[in-house]
Design a binder for this molecule. Structure first.
Ligand code: HEC
Length: 167
């Protein structure tokens, strides 16, 4: 009986130790994969970090409705570019599913969201089965937490207020 209890206590201690060590990483991974939502601050930081890997943030900040497809498609295209450059560009970090959805919302809010000026079939085609981004496209803006939280904090030139300095 005592032996059993000892074993149970050791097991519980081991589980707690594993959670303590991996907990933070595990949450980070769950967020990256889209199982847990990023906080607004985390999303803003992520968008600046991941989108400044190849060109300056200026390219994103100055992007506009006349320039091309909405950010869901841009983010999808950048994911494709990253996968093509994988192994060729040192230190290049991929944009995971949860990250893609969070980053898209940030740029939609800070720069602009013109998804509704495009035909849904066209967007769907351009998204090339990018599941997390198709899911985001099908989520009404009011239900996108990060995008709604950041909206209004930005408009035209004042976008730059919330943006971090261009690196
Ligand atoms: C792998 C390197 C790389 C990363 C990472 C990257 N970009 Fe780009 N981006 C490019 C290249 C190369 C171009 C120019 C070629 C093109 O337009 O397809 C470009 C072009 C753009 C354009 C202009 C597109 C147009 O049609 O004028 C925007 C906007 C943009 N990127 C935004 C982003 C955003 C937002 C992110 C983060 C999600 C990002 N980029 C991450 C390489 C990258």
């Amino acid at each position: 009986m005592n032996k059993k209890i000892t074993i149970i206590i050791i097991l519980i201690a081991a589980i707690i130790a594993v959670i303590a060590v991996t907990g933070k990483n595990a949450v980070g991974l769950l967020k990256a994969e889209g199982y847990i939502e990023y906080t607004v601050d985390e999303a803003v930081e992520l968008a600046h970090r991941k989108c400044a890997q190849c060109h300056s943030i200026d390219k994103t900040a100055k992007y506009c409705m006349r320039c091309g497809p909405p950010f869901v498609v841009v983010v999808h295209n950048m994911r494709t570019l990253i996968s093509q450059l994988k192994g060729k560009k040192a230190g290049l970090k991929e944009i995971r599913n949860g990250e893609a959805a969070a980053i898209t919302q940030v740029w939609n809010a800070l720069v602009g969201n013109w998804e509704n000026t495009w035909r849904e079939e066209d967007l769907l085609k351009l998204l090339e089965k990018d599941e997390p981004l198709i899911k985001l496209m099908n989520t009404p803006v009011q239900k996108r937490k990060i995008e709604t939280a950041l909206k209004g904090k930005s408009a035209g030139g004042s976008d730059m207020m919330i943006m971090k300095p261009v690196k």
